[in-house]
Write a protein that binds this ligand. Sequence first.
Ligand code: OSB
Ligand code: MG
Length: 374
Amino acid sequence: MKIEAIQLREIHLPLVHPFETSFGRTTSRRILLVELKAEGLTGWGECVAGEHPYFSEETIDTAWQMITAELGPTLAAADVEHAGKCPEIFRQVRGHRMAKAALENAVWDLEAQAKNVALADLLGGTRDVIPCGVSIGIQPSMEEQLEKIEEEIAAGYQRIKLKCKPGWDVQMLEQVRKRWPDVVLSCDANSAYRIKDFDHLSAFDQFNLLMIEQPLWYDDFYFHSMLQKRLDTAICLDESIRNRRDALAAIDMESCRIINIKVGRVGGFSEAIHVHNAAAERGIPVWCGGMLETGIGRSHNIALSSLPNFSLPGDVSASRRYWHEDIIEPAVEVSAAGEIIVPTAPGRGYEVKADLVEKLTVRQETIRAMELVS
Ligand code: OSB
Ligand code: MG
């Protein structure tokens, strides 16, 4: 397949509710969308890099720069035999995994359409429905926290993940557990704790959490392994797993017992499948993380979550939790049983609302092959 044009767009979209983590608060998203044209088809990708380099080093601006200056022209010049060849095509560029994923995932979308198969099938998916959880941000008050949890349990979500940080942890979890003794709960610290907090973190064991996500440094395995030895609760790594080798190291060192796979964080579907398979072979369950995506990234997450080892509920939730109006049609819905149906139509299985995307666009740029540019 020859990519004929790569269209980049930045859209601005306010969140229905602000989302607060230990690293900051987001009220509105700046999102980079990729539109690939080939053989009369359009493939879509979404870059999950944030507005600030707080989750990872990348931002929407570094991704825009990398795609326009390096990755885009390289892709446009390449003969893309199969979407799985993208990592090789991008190999010379180190890092910038979210930028790479935005392009690679759009190529998978194109390929699925060209082959007339669902993206989930092309990726090797086996599930018809995926189990869904929610990620609840740090709330301004305990009252609002309990209200929010109540609302999401009523909506059917199978697992409630609570963002936590020093000062919003043990006491908060205590109150939640008191009210809901049996609900499946986890927490996510986004690297808010340090070695001096090990004893404090042991107190989390009393809450029977499914897992505690990324308690320590964003780039660490060693101290997570030290901590895991002292905790009954399973550690789940998010930020520190960048690729299959990281997954192998973390599993081998017993730094975690569960892995959160974010397709953007690992650089695209190819690497996400490698991480999935490596974990499956070692009996480590995975689940699909979220990055406050629009329907485009969300539809990619749904397809990925259909792989067999995505056995735990992911942070792939309904469109309406994030957006007043999503940019895809139909919007992503979660059933009362807390499940999303995996689309069977060719490609991602959701239409992009082109007029809405156009209206939300604040900048755009088209990239063609190197030779055509110069
Ligand atoms: O750590 O999982 C995370 C959102 C932005 C950055 C990091 C994370 C998150 C979430 C939200 O937890 C997941 C979602 O609902 O998209
Ligand atoms: Mg996380």
